[in-house]
Design a protein around this ligand. Sequence first.
Ligand code: ATP
Ligand code: MG
Length: 270
Amino acid sequence: MTTVHPTEPADAPTTSPVLAVRSLSVRYNDVQALDDVTLSLDAGRICGLIGVNGSGKSTLFTSLMGLLVPQHGTVELFGMPTAGARKQGLVAYMPQAEGVDWTFPVSVADVVAMGLYGRLGSARRLRAADRAAVGEALERVGLADLRRRQIGQLSGGQRKRVFIARSIAQDARLLLLDEPFAGVDRASQTTMTHLLKVLRDEGRSVLMSTHDLAGVPELCDEAVLLHRRVLAQGVPSEVLTQGNLALAFGPAASDDSPPASSPATPEGNS
Ligand SMILES: Nc1ncnc2c1ncn2[C@@H]1O[C@H](COP(=O)(O)OP(=O)(O)OP(=O)(O)O)[C@@H](O)[C@H]1O
Ligand SMILES: [Mg+2]
């Protein structure tokens, strides 16, 4: 675990993690969705979050965004509580597609401009520079031509790129992407993979859930294997071992109880 320095300002050069989760447990009535999850992510890193359906990935994202009250544990983004990081526009969140109302009567450009709302006054009037930021972000994801289209009239892959454009316009330093590749064809995934690497090379960090295990070593600097608890965490080649994958996806993980312990469980999660 990297040491956390909560008092350092977010924009100072620092080695403290952009994301620090400690002993996080989340419960929905009788379902224990997360149990004692501890993980961290440094600046300029892409981390793949991997686990079977129901392993707690989306619950982790909603917890990181402060949308769920944990039973136990803490979340810090940029050394501060989530609310502070959100207020400063440091974090952007792409929910899993099922959680989004696509019938909402807004254009592609409107959705991207929403990333700027934190900086605008209560009138939310876009200045020329804001409009330029929206246009540039749409250019970067290859959607400039579709800027006036209603968001619901885009393909699944295009909608994902709209969220990435919104994060870029916002200049978010941490992107939380819940299954960005779900329903995305191979060509779009390749485009998005390239874009995420460019954003990473700009010093941004990405935590993204994915079921595309084969794509993780190519895209991700690190991986987290989740099954209610963190089963393994580290560089993909060390995390995606046969033994760990059997723990996460095999019979031991497919019944309703997580493994009692794992040799691969990192420090702080055993
Ligand atoms: N609102 C809710 N109320 C009750 N239980 C919930 C709720 N949301 C999720 N759960 C349960 O919590 C557990 C974790 O769900 P979560 O959606 O976080 O999994 P996931 O890893 O994102 O799955 P998927 O790969 O299908 O998206 C599951 O057992 C799920 O049934
Ligand atoms: Mg999910």
